[in-house]
Each structure stands twice: as structure tokens, then as C-alpha cells.
Write a protein that binds this ligand. Sequence first.
Ligand code: CO
Length: 299
Amino acid sequence: MAHLRILSTLPILALLFLVCGPAGSWALAPREGILLVAFGTSVPEAARAFTTIESEYREAFPDVPIVWAYTSQIIRKKLASQGIHVGGIAQGLDDLAAKGVKTVYIQSLHMVAGEEFAALARAALLAAKSHADQFEAVYLGRPLLESDEDAALVAKAVKLALASRRNAGEGLALMAHGQEQGRGDLVLRGARGALAEEDPLIFLGTVEGSRSFEDMLGDVGKKPVKKIWLMPFMVVAGEHARNDLAGEEPDSWASRLRQAGYEVQPTIQGLGELPAIGKIFVQHTRSTRDNLLDEPRKP
Ligand code: CO
């Protein structure tokens, strides 16, 4: 009897494995799916960074379902009031499960594994556990700056971003998002080294972090620089880039650099708008072996 029951459920299992394709044809259910996770932004121009990252993912993983999750509840609520619905991590997993996905790649779109990534990792672990019966594996991809190689690639991409406009001898000041006492700032220190190796006229400071504007201004002062370009060292050019970096208020970096006698040229472009950055995230998704459903084991 048990034997028969297995035989009779086989065709049903096979049917479950099939889903209706976009043209109404029967197609194989996707085995793999991707959940892109960002803090989120409600600035429409800033969302360009996400569009660029998504197109890198679509190119790298054709036919693989891609779902977005924003970790910020305030931004999710704000967007929902405008009719734009982006869920959190658990909702993203629900969506992928509904599409028949069995292996999920959760990819953090954060710059560094700081405070926000730690929260994301914990939320992802809890969500993965609560969906354990729906997935075979739930992998977690690490943020942008994870290795020396990442830092070098990011430094190259940053330099290249302005290559056609920034002349020799002109500086570039980058605004990163730091943490007063967090580990994120330690990674940013490493990135600062990689940027200086790539181009000694690239400077980095932080908002809400340990590398202050004054520290950065001190670095700038050591170089024979008259004109300075400004760019956020953040995936999206949101409020910090628009106000604290390039804003007209007297306390913005642009105003303070002008006050210090520099010619200033702000560019409000998130790093995510550079295809090279999306490619690094794609690489992190491809290389992750961190299955949240597996207990780590030492041999
Ligand atoms: Co902030």
C-alpha cells in the first residue's frame, strides 16, 4: 500500500514542479531565486542605483526570479503610501517560495558589514529558519567591501566614474556612511587605503562615523589641490548625498570646502549606478557558500 501511495503521488509532485510560464506555456519552476536586500530609499532619483544593480543581476542570472526587500520600515511605509510596495526579508522569501524557488540567494546591497548588515544577517537567519520547510538552501551574500580585491575594484570604479570630467590635479572627496564606534569604520579605513593607492588625490570622510570632515580636510590640505569633486561613497545617493554632501546649507561638505577656499564640483551619483559595482555584488552572490539553513561544521 505504501508503495502504491508513493507511485500515485509522483505525477502530482511532477505537476507541482511545473508552473505556468509567462506566455501561458508550461515551464519548469525556477529552482533558484535571488532576494536583493537594501536599506531602501524613497528618493526616486536615488533608486536609479537599484535599477542598475538589478539589470546587472538580470544579465548575470537570466530567467532567475529577482525579488527586492528593504530593511527600513519607515521607507517601506512611505513608499506604500505612494502605491509602491516593497516588502521585508520574510515577505521576499514568501514571494520566492510562491514562485516555486528551492534555493534562495539573499544578497546584501550594503557597502560594508557594519551595524545594518549585522541586523540584516540576523533577520535573514530568522526568516530562513521560519521558511526551512520551503527551501533546500538559503544563502547569504556578503556586502560590497569584503576583501582587499573588492576594495581595489571599487577604488578603480570610483576613479573611472569621473575619468572623463576630472582633470589631473583635481581632488575627489568621498562621503561614506560611518558608525561612531562600529566595525564598519574599520572596513572604510581599508577602503581609504585602496583609494589612496589608486589615486592619491582621492580622499574619504564619513557622516555619522569616526573619520570626520575635519580629518578629511586635513588630508586634502596636504596636497596641492585647488578644485575638488564630491561624490557619495554609498550605494544610493539619498538624503546624505543631497543634503550633507552637496546641499546649499552652510554646514554641507560642499559649503565648508568652498569656505576653505576650494573650487567645488559635487556629483550626486550613488556607487550602485556604476555597472562595475553591480558586478561585484553579482560575484558575491555567485561565491557565497553561507547556507543559513546549515549549521556550520568544522572538519
Ligand atoms: Co545616516
